[in-house]
Design a protein around this ligand. Structure first.
Ligand code: ADP
Length: 552
């Protein structure tokens, strides 16, 4: 008898639908709670979700949608959006989540670039649909996520003809076995938010979606569990809410979806009412929540941990969550091109023997890679730099949930098989990664690099500062020097000089910003990140007080 070359295990493909089937079969009564844009709270279970997702698959087949075709969504975090995640991908089409906070022209560009067959939208986006529909002639139909009554009440003024989601799926019985697809077929399509250029599409596979969900749920990643009630504040239109809609059914967690009510009060009340234990979002939304809690003098009773990422988590925010509210912060880094999770700042057993200050300092960094992702930093010559915690260079990654190429672009972005992230980072001897900047935001002073993120973090730790952004300002001697733009808290009295002096002893002398200016607000991107490109435009003519230093 010859020895078998291949193993003899079942060849079961990794499919997005299997996540939902698992939750429906084994955690069938576990709840999904949604704050609807209709205003009320909706509750049902993973079992109900699967039935309706299957009805949606049948409805799409009835509309003539073919496997591989794209269905767009313009929707908040809610149960119907979740059904689109699984109903669209389950029958083999691609769920294309679109960020409705982008400019209408960008949304139209994305819909056309993706060649969406249908677009499902929350009724709050009716005006947006009316603006873009004439620019998107290839869209066969616009599906309003509601029933006929809602449509006649809320969409009476809408110019674009809209189909009712509830009517469409109501015609189907949900008796539909999920097809066994090739696990390498496309599942989700997400576009980058265009912080640094035109939005580009990342087309995930079923395999990458499931593998990412597995890895994201591990204890040293997000640590999702059936004991959790998870509230993703990060929108389902922002890199699949960081994979939470996939990780939650994988572990059988309760899911709480906040709809369009993302202010501090609404989030806090929903978290408390639903016993939320775990949440995730970008620093900007947490600012709103923390401010509300401070003003209202309330505390969390159930929330245990939260993932903060999408941009650097200010150390002051980490302290606030942990010291004032007893909520563990997990700082995470990733990007659309990585599905999105890459690293998380969870400590190893050995790192936990360090002093509390040293541990906190480490946890402010972006952390270790999850299994599946590998990373390196390279210098200008393309050579890998040492893992010494100080050598910084371009961060490159690779792995089964990292893109190989962009959607509908022929040229590969890879360099020697690695994806260049556009971030600048260091890695220390323990494999802990620290993002110092985006390569386009780095401040180059006299040939040396200054980290704008580090300077922002110092300023954000000042008690009278609400938000701060650091950008490069041109300087005749040093080429570029740091300028910090500050939004003060209401009633603050601090002066420019005091804020500059706040850097003394906290950063190297030559890193100290040359100027601090005040602004009423800072420009943010559609995903809540600082829009540094816009800031640099706004302060292009700014003259630093240090320009008169004699040029040697
Ligand atoms: P876009 O590229 O359009 O901004 P993404 O959401 O994909 O949209 O952004 C990914 C980028 O966000 C990363 O390349 C990095 O610059 C930044 N980022 C994400 N998480 C962090 C973090 N924890 N610390 C610093 N920067 C981060």
């Amino acid at each position: 008898m010859t020895s078998p070359l291949f193993g003899q295990m079942m060849d079961v493909p990794l499919l997005a639908s299997s996540l939902l089937s698992h939750a429906a079969r084994h955690f069938g009564d576990t709840e999904i709670v949604s704050r609807r844009i209709e205003g009320d709270i909706h509750r049902y279970t993973w079992r109900d979700c699967e039935k309706r997702a299957k009805q949606l698959s049948q409805a799409l087949i009835g509309l003539g949608v073919q496997p591989g075709e794209r269905i767009g969504t313009l929707a908040w975090n809610g149960y119907r959006h979740l059904e689109c995640y699984f109903g669209v991908t389950g029958m083999g089409a691609v769920c294309h989540t679109i960020n409705p906070r982008l400019f209408p022209d960008q949304v139209a560009f994305i819909v056309n670039h993706a060649d969406d067959e249908y677009v499902a939208f929350d009724m709050t986006f009716a005006t947006l649909v009316d603006i873009i529909a004439p620019q998107c002639p290839n869209v066969k139909g616009w599906i309003a996520l509601g029933d006929e009554t809602c449509i006649s009440t809320h969409l009476a003024d809408m110019a674009t003809p809209a189909l009712s989601y509830e009517t469409l799926i109501g015609r189907c019985d949900g008796d539909y076995p999920w097809p066994v697809l090739d696990e390498r077929s496309a599942s989700f399509l997400c576009y980058t938010s265009g912080t640094t250029g035109n939005p580009k599409g990342a087309l995930y596979t079923h395999r990458s979606t499931v593998l990412h969900a597995f890895a994201a749920s591990l204890p040293d990643a997000m640590g999702c569990s059936a004991r959790d009630a998870i509230l993703p504040v990060v929108p389902m239109f922002h890199v699949n809410a960081w994979g939470i809609p996939h990780a939650a059914p994988l572990v059988g967690a309760k899911l709480v979806l906040p709809g369009n009510c993302l202010d501090g009060k609404a989030l806090y009340e929903l978290m408390e009412a639903e016993g939320v234990t775990f949440s995730a979002g970008v620093p900007t939304v947490w600012l709103g929540l923390l401010n509300y809690m401070k003003q209202a003098g309330v505390r969390f009773n159930t929330l245990k941990r939260t993932v903060i990422g999408g941009s650097a988590c200010p150390p002051a925010m980490l302290r606030s969550f942990e010291d004032e509210y007893g909520v563990e912060v997990i700082h995470a880094w990733g990007m659309t091109e990585m599905s999105p999770l890459g690293t998380l700042a969870k400590l190893t057993w050995r790192q936990q023997q360090l002093t509390p200050d040293e541990q906190r300092h480490l946890r402010e960094k972006q952390g270790h890679v999850m299994f599946g992702v590998d990373m390196k930093v390279v210098g200008d010559d393309g050579q890998e730099l040492p893992w010494d915690g100080t050598s910084f260079g371009d961060l490159h990654v690779r792995g089964p949930w990292v893109i190989d190429r962009y959607f509908r672009k022929d040229d590969s972005p890879l360099i020697d098989g690695w994806f260049p992230t556009g971030d600048v980072a260091t890695i220390d001897a323990d494999g802990f990664m620290h993002i110092t900047d985006r390569s386009k935001d780095v401040i180059k002073s006299g040939g040396e690099w200054i980290s704008s993120i580090d300077l922002e973090n110092v300023m954000m730790s000042h008690p009278q500062v609400a938000e701060a952004a650091c950008i490069a300002c041109s300087h005749p001697k040093w080429t570029e020097r740091p300028l910090v733009v500050v939004v003060l808290r209401p009633g603050a009295t601090v002066t420019r000089e005091e804020l500059l002096a706040f850097y003394d002893g906290k950063v190297a002398k030559w890193w100290k910003p040359d100027d601090v200016v005040f602004a009423d607000e800072l420009p943010h991107t559609a995903t809540g990140k600082l829009q540094k490109l816009r800031l640099r435009e706004l302060y292009r003519e700014h003259v630093l007080p240090t320009v008169d230093e004699k040029v040697v």
